[in-house]
Design a protein around this ligand. Structure first.
Ligand SMILES: C[S@@+](CC[C@H](N)C(=O)[O-])C[C@H]1O[C@@H](n2cnc3c(N)ncnc32)[C@H](O)[C@@H]1O
Length: 289
């Protein structure tokens, strides 16, 4: 009798994982940014509220942004979020970075139109090299809004973030993470769809536990991991995603009956300790306020 395994049914999923590198991601956004703008507008995020400015206000609160801060927007798109934060906090300074030259051009047009050149500067570059691009121990926040999952090397990424953060500075990540199921069959299905999403969007959907391990082993203090908390009445109907999936023909919600959600959205906030706890071990828990 031939051996039968669940895995063989989904053997194509391996082929659908991605080896996309930053240069491929840049090319992807050079080709597709107009399509994203047509469906999403200037905030290129799938999880959002009907009035997306409310979601950005929520984001600012979650990431604990404040006037007077110096921050990096890592994977800034066309600077939709950065422009909103610059309006909300007139003395915040934002270094925005995207790996797409097309997005840099579009972001600069928008920043000039809004007269925000004194608050936002955009750089074309790879966020894995933040510590070579920006001054070290300088920033209050580095935030990733649905951009973190494009990284093909998240340990290097979070090491570089550490270098540019001030002691007491924080990294904020809002992204989609691979769903975990206790059912083997469902997990194979989840992994298969994640493989398709990775391939279609040049993504490397993160595993939440692996990211928490990277953060904690580096020495970051974990403030929270949570799901984005928006009112049901304000949550944008998932059909916007369908509009977008139409463009790529993947992961469409045709019916809820046998639909399996492949991902969960989470927010993570983690801090670079304020004290050097190697030199001042007695202050270890003092870092935790
Ligand atoms: C889904 S878009 C989100 C854009 C923006 N955060 C927003 O909310 O509108 C992902 C962004 O991540 C950026 N990105 C992906 N990989 C990157 C990398 N290695 N270096 C810099 N930016 C990157 C892309 O260029 C794009 O701007």
């Amino acid at each position: 009798m031939p051996k039968f395994s669940f895995r063989s049914l989904f053997s194509s999923s391996e082929k659908e994982s991605t080896s996309a590198k930053p240069v491929d991601v840049g090319e992807f956004y050079n080709q597709t940014t107009d399509k994203f703008l047509a469906v999403y507008g200037e905030i290129i995020q799938a999880f959002r509220t009907n009035d997306v400015t409310k979601y950005l206000d929520y984001t600012a609160q979650s990431a604990r942004l404040a006037d007077g801060m110096t921050v990096i927007d890592a994977g800034c798109g066309v600077c939709g979020p950065a422009l909103h934060f610059a309006d909300k906090y007139p003395t915040i300074k934002i270094e925005a970075c995207t790996v797409s030259s097309v997005q840099v051009e579009k972001a600069n047009e928008r920043i000039a139109a809004a007269g925000k050149q004194n608050q936002i500067a955009v750089t074309e570059g790879d966020y894995h090299k933040l510590n070579k691009t920006y001054p070290n121990s300088h920033f209050d926040r580095v935030y990733f809004l649905e951009s973190f999952g494009h990284s093909n090397d998240k340990r290097t990424l979070l090491n570089g973030v550490w270098d540019v953060l001030k002691p007491g500075g924080m990294v904020y990540i809002k992204d989609l993470f691979r769903r975990i199921s206790s059912d083997e069959w469902e997990q194979l299905h989840i992994d298969h769809i994640c493989g398709q999403i990775n391939k279609a969007y040049c993504y490397h959907i993160a595993d939440l536990n692996a990211i928490l391990d990277i953060l904690r082993s580096k020495g970051y203090i974990l403030h929270f991991v949570k799901i984005p908390e928006v009112e049901v009445s304000e949550f944008e109907h998932l059909s916007i995603s369908n509009d977008f999936q139409n463009l790529f023909d993947i992961g469409k919600i045709e019916s809820w009956n046998d639909y399996v959600f492949p991902i969960d959205f989470f927010e993570i906030l983690a801090e670079k300790p304020r004290f050097n706890t190697e030199a001042e071990k007695h202050l270890y828990f003092m870092n935790r306020k």
